[in-house]
Design a protein around this ligand. Structure first.
Ligand code: G3P
Ligand code: MG
Length: 252
C-alpha cells in the first residue's frame, strides 16, 4: 500500500549471507547459488582483516566457518587466503576462499545483483570499519545505477560511513525490541530505513515506521506464511535463508 517507495529501489526478497545455508555463507559460491535460484539481491557481512582488506565474514573469529582458528582482525589477508572456508559446510565446497568485497562487487554487478552490505565490525574496530567499507563501496559501485544498501547494528560504524560516503543509503539494524527513540537515532545517522528482527515486528510497528517514511527490511524470515504476512503489512523486503520455499518465482 505504501509502495512504490523512493528509497527502496531494491527487490522484495534478499538472500541472507548469499544463499548461506545451501552453500557456505558469505562466499562467492553462496552468491552464485542464490542467483541461480532467482535472487537479485544479497545480504552479506563485511569486516576488515588486520591489513584493512574488506572481507566477507560473519563472526569475529574464523573458527566456525573455516579450517583456521582465531580472530580475523588479527590476521593479515594473506593468512586468511590460505584457509578453507568451504569444508565446514560440505565437501563440495572444499577449498572455498574467503571473498573480498572487491570480488563480490565484481560478481554482483556483472550479474545484475544488488547488495545489502552489512558492516559487521570486529569488536573495537567500529569507526575504522565503517569508514573503510563505505569508502571502498563508494569506489567499487561508482558506476552502479543502484547503490549498495549499507546497514549495521553498530551506530558508530554507520556514523563513520555517513561521514565518509554520505550519498550511500544506510539502514539501522536493530537486534531486539525497537527502541522508542528509533526515529531520532535513524535521523542522526541519516538512515532512510530500519532492518529489523522479525521476532519483534508487529503490524502496529510496521505501519508506524512506514508511515514515518522509513523503509523496512525484516530478517531472517524463513517461514513462507510469515514472509507473506510481513510483505502484506507493507514491509519493503524480507531477508531469508529459505531460498527454495521463499522464492522470487512466487513472491512478486
Ligand atoms: O542483516 C540482517 C542479518 O544478517 C543480521 O543478522 O547475525 O545474520 O548478520 P546476522
Ligand atoms: Mg548479516
Amino acid at each position: 500500500m505504501l509502495d512504490p517507495c523512493p528509497h527502496w529501489p531494491y527487490p522484495k526478497l534478499i538472500a541472507h549471507r548469499g544463499a548461506g545455508r545451501q552453500a557456505p555463507e558469505n562466499t562467492l559460491s553462496s552468491m552464485r547459488f542464490g542467483a541461480q535460484h532467482g535472487f537479485t539481491m544479497m545480504e552479506y557481512d563485511v569486516k576488515l582483516s588486520k591489513d584493512n582488506i574488506a572481507i566477507l565474514l560473519h563472526d569475529d573469529s574464523v573458527d566456525r566457518t573455516s579450517s583456521g582458528t582465531g580472530s580475523a582482525a588479527e590476521k593479515m589477508f594473506v593468512e586468511l587466503a590460505q584457509l578453507d572456508f568451504g569444508s565446514w559446510h560440505s565437501r563440495d565446497y572444499a577449498g572455498e576462499p574467503i571473498p573480498t568485497l572487491h570480488s563480490i562487487a565484481a560478481y554482483t554487478q556483472a550479474n545484475g545483483i544488488l547488495s545489502n552490505i552489512e558492516i559487521k565490525p570486529s569488536t573495537g574496530t567500529e569507526m575504522e570499519t565503517g569508514k573503510q567499507i563505505a569508502r571502498l563501496a563508494q569506489r567499487l559501485w561508482a558506476n552502479a545505477e543502484i547503490p549498495p544498501l549499507l546497514s549495521s547494528f553498530s551506530e558508530m560504524a554507520l556514523q563513520a560511513a555517513m561521514e565518509e560516503a554520505p550519498e550511500l543509503p544506510r539502514a539501522l539494524l536493530i537486534e531486539k525490541e525497537v527502541p522508542v527513540d528509533w526515529q531520532r537515532r535513524a535521523e542522526r545517522l541519516g538512515c532512510t530505513g530500519l532492518n529489523l528482527n522479525h521476532k519483534y515486528a508487529t503490524l502496529h510497528l510496521v505501519r508506524s515506521i512506514r508511515k514515518a517514511g522509513y523503509t523496512l527490511a525484516i530478517w531472517t524470515v524463513n517461514d513462507p506464511a510469515r514472509a507473506r504476512e510481513l510483505l502484506d503489512w507493507g514491509c519493503n523486503a524480507i531477508v531469508t535463508d529459505e531460498i527454495q520455499t521463499i522464492s522470487p518465482a512466487y513472491f512478486i
